[in-house]
Design a protein around this ligand. Structure first.
Ligand SMILES: Nc1nc2c(ncn2[C@@H]2O[C@H](COP(=O)(O)OP(=O)(O)OP(=O)(O)O)[C@@H](O)[C@H]2O)c(=O)[nH]1
Ligand SMILES: [Mg+2]
Length: 1092
């Protein structure tokens, strides 16, 4: 980059109110990177002819090949309008679901977003997701409706039809925003009603009117919607380089027609028409069958341009239009064989898209200095606590956030949202940079001096005996020369060595933003991990200490020196010395201290930022090993680097010793493997088939048997009898009655439990899954209470807990579940999973898990824990972690403990006369007895589970496929082959496309997208999003029992049992026993060749 531009950007970085940090968000392929190209071209970084074709921000090779973006990358642009000069820190994000975590890392660093929507496809699933993400981070969006050329060229709509179509799209987008907003407003209103003191949003700068997340009462909510007359919508075709806001046309026509531009602006988008006779703008174009203003004044112009240039190629007309618009088009472009070249040459002068988008961004999006206080509280990771319960020094920092001061005295606060690996060669310090004028002058001077010196030496060598020369100077000159030479050689050698070292080392740059203060090269800072607790640190650290002091070790806190600062320029980096508040930047040399994200501050009171909201669930896992076992260390190192470089990929070592990589989807997996092979490990690797997760559950006894016959009473008895026979396989000492109640005693006979497993209603399972965070908070609260500490939960979280409880009560109805919600003992596995442990013991009352809801109420003292309460819970946790079918976690199961008898006294009496080894009163809570109890409860739960009809649950994706009518049949073919189920199908209005929504088991999804693409010649491409767990209806443990079943199915069913197949595959992978006939037909075992 030229020095002048760099200097300009550095100067602009200091003017906080003229900075805009924004990201481009959209569904996959809606044209984000193409739009970014146009904006980049406006700064002369790439040629405007290449804009749209180059996709400059897709710097990876695979991004270019596949044509999708896989990472978010930033670039700084400047924009001048009138007097004002702005710095735009632009971040392009990927639209593919697999990379939605990259979107989260981008959104966090921005104050605004450009939401791009394809004019043909409209609002797609990912559009909704990104709007939600923008809303969750409280950033303000503006809209670009892109690819309008497709309406003209592909769909061949008339301008009138296009107007209706565009109106519909705008409605759709506003509907999504509306839903997000209303739920928020209702929530806040409820909060105000309860009178929570701290949660009312206060605003210090009175800018609430534009804050799309403040209360409805004080807010003009119309500003949250997109509307062309408000100037937050651009209509564009990024590929042809044009885009406009309606005010451009309003101004143009107000001069021409003498109508005030404000009037035109109000009426241009809407049901108005021009009455030429009365010289008036009238309402009701639709009902009167008139052309709406927007069609007449705006769209018709564009349509006729396309018609002349692309469709009819009418040279004369084009030339006429060019002159009437006052544009200059090069003769070369006029003659070009591709009409698109001429089109973009005309359009990019007439309505340059960069101008329209950048002016909208500067006008409508907030500067970093306008951050709302609500967003600050959210960022400051208040989490479940009340803001006012934080340490006062921490609370003071809120002001620093709001001020966004670039003053040297303000505390430095920086958030790193991801680490990305860069090629050491592209680092500015390793690159030869062009010299500045001064440097050139300096070098020239040096060279001149050296030359002069050499000449003098030569001269003096020629005249050795010259008496005029200072005696000392003659020998000293060569000596100094040789010294400088060796010095030079040394430094060169050093730098070569360093370069070699650098080559081998992977360089990471932190993707970050400064929220307060000025970060400088060489500055000492604290790096705070996500679990850092400022109040603990403030208690431990001496008053008024600073980063420079020798400090005691604090958990999750490290001190380091800022090594290098970079300006992010897409594919390039430029070195900076300091970066003031409000800017996006790259920080080098942090890889030792930061894994994926972190908070950097000079104040120990700074809390770690709230963790990023990741929408994608990492679900696809593969085991990885090197081709050559000796390269294992390289693989381990490579996986560590990959883990650091990708916000979403997880790397873990399973109990079996396998190295497992967990990714968000197939495309993501592919990219991670490529990265490992070519970049981080640089070795040949082999990846296993994807490991597919399952869940185990139980269902109510089926009413229909395998041959689809209703089970009469008689048969039921027969079946139950059969089940009972099965139970002979239970080991001795376990009693299972016909209703599935399991009675089990610990080996030392001190405790007996009775457990029953009950399937949870489906809604309850889903509710539990959705409320993991709520459950975790409750668990945290209970732990705090048990340890005698207190936790101030903020009002909103309390409401969520209350809400969760009410919903749970409403779903758990019927006599079986009477009072169940109050009796919940624990959730599992990992204390927050979708299974419930129920306390059905009449004599045992323990503190409720809902105790955080009635903190004020006096808790009756009688409710105390029995000893070993925890052992029962642990047993339950273990049982739910891996089920009996194939050791996968359980889901949707309720274990009801009906009795729990402890007979210490009896034990004492029995044993005392003979031995005095153990006595009940001295049993240690963590001694062997608790271990026995844990094991017993676990076993009892397992048997209780097995006493019910068991089923496997498969992870399912939902996918939306857009396809034209011709390929619809093929799409259905692929879906049904892969056990997919179509939920619904509809025709997209105004197009000939169908939208098919379907569910597909994850297990069958590998290669699905490719297959669809191949079968439909690339016309349909689905995106798979993890949605839920679904029970597989066939019984994996089914064996024919009745005569009819034998008759129908024989020894082995004709159609293979899908659930059994899955189960056996998992068991085989885990090295568990598989009950299969290995030799099916004895005679085939002969060696046929020798069969004479
Ligand atoms: N007809 C038409 N095509 C466009 C327009 N803008 C982009 N495209 C095409 O749409 C395709 C996708 O464009 P990208 O810019 O890569 O889309 P993206 O949103 O960045 O995609 P991801 O980053 O993968 O989510 C490319 O083939 C572009 O040429 C447009 O205005 N009109
Ligand atoms: Mg892209």
């Amino acid at each position: 980059m030229g020095h002048t531009i760099l200097e300009r950007i550095i100067a602009l970085q200091k003017r906080t109110s003229n900075i805009r940090n924004l990201c481009i968000l959209a569904h996959v392929d809606h044209g984000k990177t193409t739009l970014a190209d146009c904006l980049v071209a406006s700064n002369g970084i790439i040629s405007s002819r290449l804009a749209g074709k180059l996709r400059y921000l897709d710097s990876r090779e695979d991004e270019q090949i596949r044509g999708i973006t896989m990472k978010s990358s930033a670039i700084s642009l400047h924009y001048t309008t009138g007097e004002d000069e702005y710095l735009i820190n632009l971040i392009d994000s990927p639209g593919h679901v697999d990379f939605s975590s990259e979107v989260s890392t981008a959104v966090r660093l921005c104050d605004g977003a450009i939401v791009v929507v394809d004019a043909v496809e409209g609002v797609c699933p990912q559009t909704q997701v990104v709007l939600r993400q923008a809303w969750l981070e409280n950033i303000r969006p503006v809209l670009v409706i892109n690819k309008i050329d497709r309406l003209i060229v592909e769909l061949k709509l008339t301008s009138q039809e296009a107007f209706t179509h565009l109106q519909k799209i705008l409605e759709q987008v506003n509907a999504v925003t509306g839903t997000l907003f209303t739920s928020k407003v209702l929530e806040e209103r409820a909060e105000k009603d309860t009178g929570a003191p701290s949660s009312c949003p206060e605003n210090s700068n009175g800018d609430q009117v534009y804050d799309w997340s403040a209360g409805l009462e004080e807010t003009d909510d119309s500003d949250l919607y997109f509307s062309p007359d408000r100037g937050n919508v651009v209509f564009a075709s990024a590929i042809d380089g044009w885009g406009f806001r309606i005010h451009q046309f309003a101004e143009m026509y107000s001069q021409k027609m003498g109508i005030r531009s404000s009037v035109l602006l109000k009426t241009l988008w809407g049901d108005f028409y021009l009455n030429l006779k009365a010289k008036k703008i009238m309402k009701g174009a639709q009902s009167k069958g008139k052309k709406p203003l927007f069609v007449q004044l705006v769209l018709d112009n564009i349509w006729s341009l396309y018609d002349a240039v692309v469709t009819r190629r009418d040279k004369e007309k084009v030339e006429k239009m060019v002159t009437s618009l006052g544009l200059k088009v090069m003769a070369r472009d006029l003659r070009h064989s591709d009409p698109k070249v001429l089109l973009s040459a005309i359009c990019s002068q007439w309505l340059p898209v960069s101008q329209a988008v950048l002016s909208m961004v500067c006008e409508k999006l907030p500067s970093p200095a306008e951050m709302s206080s609500e967003r600050v509280e959210k960022l400051m990771s208040v989490g479940v606590r009340r803001f006012d319960s934080l340490h006062e020094k921490t609370q003071e920092l809120k002001k620093a956030f709001l001020d966004c001061s670039a003053d040297g005295t303000a505390p430095v606060i920086v958030f790193v949202s991801k680490m990305f690996a860069v090629d050491p060669k592209s680092l500015p310090q390793n690159k030869q940079r062009p010299l500045t004028q001064e440097e050139i002058a300096q070098r020239r001077e040096l060279a001149r001096q050296r030359h002069a010196e050499r000449q003098t030496t030569n001269q003096s060598a020629e005249t050795p005996g010259s008496p005029d020369d200072g005696g000392a100077s003659i020998p000293s000159t060569p000596a100094t020369n040789s010294v400088t030479d060796t010095l030079c050689a040394q430094t060169e050698a050093l730098s070569v060595k360093a370069a070699v070292e650098d080559e081998s080392k992977e360089h990471f740059v932190a993707f970050a933003r400064v929220y307060s203060g000025v970060i400088r090269k060489g500055q000492r800072v604290f790096v705070l991990g996500p679990k850092y607790d400022p109040s603990l640190a403030l208690r431990t650290l001496p008053e008024g200490c600073s980063v420079a002091d020798e400090l005691p070790a604090i958990p999750h806190m490290a001190c380091c020196t800022v090594d290098r600062l970079y300006l992010l320029m897409g594919r390039e980096l430029d070195e900076l010395d300091e970066v003031p508040s409000g800017n996006v930047l790259g920080i080098g040399g942090m890889e030792e201290f930061i894994l994926k994200s972190a908070t950097i501050s000079t104040s120990p009171a700074c809390p770690p930022f709230t963790p990023l909201n990741f929408e994608a669930t990492p679900i696809v896992r593969v085991a990885i090993e090197p081709k050559h076992p000796s390269e294992m260390p390289k693989l381990v190192r490579g996986m560590k680097l990959l883990n650091q470089a990708d916000p979403c990929a997880e790397v873990l070592i399973q109990e079996t010793g396998e190295h497992v990589l967990v990714t968000a989807g197939e495309v993501h997996l592919q990219r991670c493997l490529d990265d490992l092979r070519e970049r981080f490990a640089k070795i040949e690797i082999s990846a296993s088939e994807p490991i597919i997760p399952f869940r185990e559950t139980i269902i109510r006894p089926p009413k229909v048997d395998m041959v689809n016959e209703e089970m009469g009473k008689q048969q039921k008895v027969a079946v139950i009898h059969q089940v009972k026979d099965d139970q002979s396989k239970y080991p001795e000492g376990i009693q299972v009655d016909s209703t599935g109640l399991v009675i089990l005693t610990t080996p030392n006979k001190m405790a007996t439990v009775r457990v029953r497993a009950i399937p949870l209603p489906e809604q309850v399972t889903r509710l539990l899954e959705d409320n993991v965070e709520v459950i975790r908070t409750m668990e945290q609260f209970s732990t705090f209470v048990r340890e005698g500490k207190t936790l101030d939960i903020n009002q909103k979280i309390l409401e969520n807990i209350q809400d969760f409880k009410v919903k749970l009560e409403s779903h758990l109805q019927g006599h079986k579940w009477r009072g169940a919600v109050e009796r919940i003992w624990a959730f599992g596995p990992r204390r927050c999973g979708p299974n419930i442990l129920l306390n059905s013991i009449e004599s045992y009352r323990r503190p409720s898990i809902w105790q955080c809801l009635d903190q004020e109420k006096e808790r009756p003292e009688t409710l105390t824990f029995r000893d070993f309460d925890n052992s029962i819970v642990s047993g339950f946790q273990l049982a739910t972690l891996s089920g009996p079918m194939c050791e996968e976690p359980l889901m949707g199961v309720c274990f009801s403990i009906e009795t729990w008898d402890m007979n210490f006294q009896k034990d004492l009496v029995d044993k005392e006369p003979s031995t005095d080894t153990q006595s009940g009163s001295s049993v240690d809570c963590y001694g062997p007895f608790s271990g026995q109890l844990i094991a017993t409860v676990k076993e009892a739960c397992r048997y209780a589970f097995q006493a019910q009809p068991q089923r496997l649950m498969a992870a399912t994706y939902t996918c939306e496929i857009m396809a034209t009518a011709e390929v619809l049949g093929r799409v259905y073919g692929v879906l049904s082959k892969r056990e997919g189920r179509v939920l619904h199908e509809e025709m997209k209005e105004g197009t000939d496309m169908f939208i098919i929504k379907a569910v597909l088991p994850v297990a069958e999804s590998f290669g699905f997208a490719d297959e669809i693409r191949k079968r439909t010649s690339g016309l349909a491409s689905p995106q798979l999003v993890f949605s839920h767990w679904e029970v597989i209806s066939s019984d994996p443990l089914w064996v024919p029992t009745t005569e009819e079943e034998y008759l129908h199915f024989g020894e082995k069913a004709d159609s293979s049992n899908q659930a059994l197949k899955y189960m056996n595959a998992v068991r085989r992978r885990k090295g568990l026993y598989v009950d299969e006939k290995i030799v099916e037909h004895g005679e085939k075992q002969r060696t046929l060749g020798k069969n004479k």
